[in-house]
Design a protein around this ligand. Structure first.
Ligand code: SF4
Ligand code: SF4
Length: 67
């Protein structure tokens, strides 16, 4: 299954990727990253279809899609 990885050092927790995912696979973490933001994360295993909408919309280039 495809999956995403979020670079927590880059992510600013803006939530744009949460809204962009057509499968609603992404949520914002409830714990701080090392840089002081609430980073995005994959909510459910086997949810991602690899469409890359989240990676395209992310202004901080924080998401990598693995197919
Ligand atoms: S690649 Fe597509 S399906 Fe997967 S998390 Fe990103 S927007 Fe959602
Ligand atoms: S769009 Fe990018 S910066 Fe914004 S929450 Fe998602 S991964 Fe983080």
């Amino acid at each position: 299954m495809p999956e995403i990885r979020v670079n927590e050092t880059r992510c600013k927790g803006c939530s744009l990727c949460v809204g962009a995912c057509p499968k609603k696979c992404i949520v914002i973490s409830e714990t701080f990253s090392a840089t002081g933001y609430y980073p995005a994360k994959l909510a459910k295993k086997d949810c991602c279809v690899g469409c890359a909408m989240c990676a395209i919309i992310c202004p901080d280039l924080a998401i990598t899609v693995y197919k």
